[in-house]
Design a protein around this ligand. Structure first.
Ligand SMILES: Cc1ncc(COP(=O)(O)O)c(C=O)c1O
Length: 385
């Protein structure tokens, strides 16, 4: 009998279910152990948690591979660690990387400051003009890096043009898919070679872990594993156990984030003090057509521009009682942050405005609270302006 292909939620909970002997714990035990006994005289790899072969670490790697449709996946100590190792696995000194200019600030710093020291040259390009990739290519270009949806404007990058160029030129396409999670976007289905996550966000989903992940071919993940071992980037077993718990509810959480995201974005679009709403599910969003084509859901991240600028933003934030003022995203609780003080703090107010992020811009990571309660909280805060 051929086995039915299991759905996303079932894979998120059970992975690839095997035989279940009697008296097996339903929840996985936590192997909070740095090392394991090994057979005397054995030449096989020893079990040691820095090697990433602790059962809590390996279980979540296999599960993510099933969710991304990848041959293999590996979790590491942070999203930054995952981004650094994935690139070091495909680039060598003398290579050139083409990166989208709309990326997380920490990754921008990694590319602009650290990669140069390793002899890796990086050019930043505008990712929506598909021709810009080709125009910026050099003889030494080996890879393209894209983050989608982007922070905080939620631009959705069409992966097909970059993927076609990569196929034609023999480059690797790496995609940071943190904001989407594998429920909303599976980059490998759109021609990407490597998927990167800050698992700190939706994959874990409870704001209690720092972790990262890389998915791709067996050989790519093996290369990342080797680098992880020598650069000391393994995920702690307890963090891995928490991510395992988080992955089990990924599907229902992200479905709820999607529903609340759309409802709140539509509501904000009706409010007078709000000059603009950025959400890929709205017809007014510049990438609405791309988003409808490649995303399975529009996500729980929403950006708004308040008419009153920074003063209005501060008043709004002080009036909130449910949503918390905090950076990061992807957890069960709603968080709000101001890009002028976080991701875009290094730019002048004029440069931020030119980048489409004027003062008064607020970024929401909508949680799993009742959407009506969130809307009431936001309505009360808007009424204070
Ligand atoms: C899109 C994106 N990629 C990578 C990172 C880095 O992840 P971490 O904080 O887990 O190292 C972040 C963190 O905010 C992020 O938003």
């Amino acid at each position: 009998m051929t086995r039915r292909r299991l759905g996303f939620s079932t894979r998120a909970i059970h992975g690839d279910p095997g035989a279940r002997p009697d008296w097996t714990p339903v929840a996985p035990p936590l192997f909070q152990s740095s090392t394991f006994t090994n057979p005397i005289g054995s030449t096989s790899e020893v079990l040691y948690s820095r090697y990433g072969n602790n059962p809590n670490q390996t279980a979540i790697g296999k599960r993510l591979a099933l969710l991304e449709g990848a041959e293999a996946a590996i979790f590491v100590a942070s999203g930054m660690g995952a981004t650094a190792l994935a690139h070091l696995a495909v680039l060598r000194p003398g290579d050139h990387l083409l990166s989208s200019e709309w990326i997380y600030g920490g990754v921008h710093r990694l590319f602009a400051q650290e990669f140069g020291r390793l002899g890796i040259d990086v050019t930043f390009v505008n990712p929506v003009h598909s021709r810009s990739w080709k125009q910026a290519m050099k003889k030494t270009t080996r890879a393209i890096f894209v983050e989608t949806p982007t922070n905080p404007l939620l631009r959705v990058i069409d992966l097909e043009p970059a993927a076609q160029l990569c196929k034609a030129e023999g480059l690797a396409l790496l995609v940071d898919s943190t904001f989407a999670s594998p429920l909303n976007l599976r980059p490998l289905e759109h021609g990407a070679d490597v998927v990167i996550h800050s698992a700190t966000k939706y994959l874990n989903g409870h704001s209690d872990v720092i972790a990262g992940a890389v998915a791709g071919t067996e050989s790519l993940v093996e290369e990342v594993r080797k680098l992880m071992q020598v650069w000391g980037q393994a995920i702690d077993p307890h963090a891995a156990w928490l991510v395992d718990r988080g992955l089990r509810t990924l599907a229902v959480r992200v479905e709820r984030h999607n529903a609340t995201g759309l409802k709140v974005a539509e509501w904000f679009a009706q409010q007078k003090p709000v000059a603009a709403v950025h959400y890929p599910g709205l017809a007014t969003h510049p990438d609405n057509e791309v988003a409808r084509r490649i995303l399975n859901g529009f996500g729980g991240m929403v950006g708004i521009e308040l008419r009153g600028g920074a003063r209005a933003a501060e008043r709004f934030l002080r009036a909130l009682t449910i949503a918390a003022h905090a950076p990061s995203l992807g957890g069960v609780e709603t968080l709000v942050s101001e890009p002028r003080l976080t991701s875009h703090a290094s730019l002048s107010a004029e440069d931020r405005a030119r980048a489409g992020i004027p003062d008064g811009f607020l970024r929401f990571s909508l949680g799993l609270e009742d959407a009506d309660d969130l809307i009431a909280d936001f309505a009360h805060a808007l009424a204070q302006l």
